[in-house]
Design a protein around this ligand. Sequence first.
Ligand code: ZN
Length: 379
Amino acid sequence: MPQIPSLPGRGLPIQVHDSTTGELVVAAEGDTATMYVCGITPYDATHIGHAATYVGFDLLNRAWRDAGHTVTHASNVTDVDDPLLERATATGVDWWDLAVEQTALLAEDMTALGVVPPDVYRGAVEAIPDVVQAVEALIEDGFAYRVPVEPGAGGDAPELGDVYADLSADARFGAVSRLSRDDMVRLFGERGGDPERDGKKDPLDPLLWRRERVGEPSWDGASLGTGRPGWHIECAVIARDGLGLPFDIQGGGADLLFPHHEMSTSHDRLLDHGFGARNHVHAGLVAYQGEKMSKSRGNLVFVSALRATGVDPMAIRLALLAHHYRSEWEWTDADLPAGVERLERWRSAVSGNGGPDADATLAAVREALANDLDAPTAL
Ligand code: ZN
């Protein structure tokens, strides 16, 4: 936990951009502020894109505190999922060792960058008993159904099948992203969904519980049978249990808007017979060498690699904050030297005796941050 200085006076109400309406909203109106920020799948921590997202939401956390809110921040780590298992198999390491190692590296990088740790932090594996109960409740209510599995799958009870959410049960499905049906089907296929899976009622219906498969880890699923949780229900349950429903903001990288946030909000609505996240806030994706930084392309810049060169992590933080959290930008060789130079200039300035009155500067910084966390202007 970093030390957070308290400043004289109080910050302004913080407006952020809601991805659903495209408008600025004061997401937290009471004394409290609640946010859920989606964590990583721990097989490739922590590239500059992750860091930009988490530093962006850390800025929101700190701006909320300065404005007088009591903040509760929940997050997860998706420590069992297809990409993690695939990476472990491809590199010949134990999937759990990989998950533990990369989760620890993320925590180390976030600590170095001064990110306030989440108040509620749970792994997918840790949350399995709660996910199982939630999926059982969805089946009971008629909001989920079983899909037969292929021969050889499903362990001792193959007849139980995988479980999928029935999106037709949620009249407000689609209200988060407001995408066309064609766009939803395309993105679902591109981002981990299985629109081609036989036996589903709707190609978009998302997986809630995947039955045991040969060579994959599985856990006791009570009446669901042995298996492991789907990704969207994992976040829906951890957010519900950690923050209560509804909560103020669900956040993450821009590529999580659909399907992940659409689906997890839908799950929370059905679980609660009410609401999920009130607002959705997304950080822009960071490019490198002309393309979006991504694990699949391999064009990653790692925070740990930058730290290993001896650079002050606060210079990395300043390099990130020089870009607005919502903008799409490209990391170049100029970013880090600019952060280093700014940090040196600031440290030199505050090391002197006296100086001008800070009230006007503080007011201007607060005004910039209240306006959709305009860090570049604040800097
Ligand atoms: Zn999530």
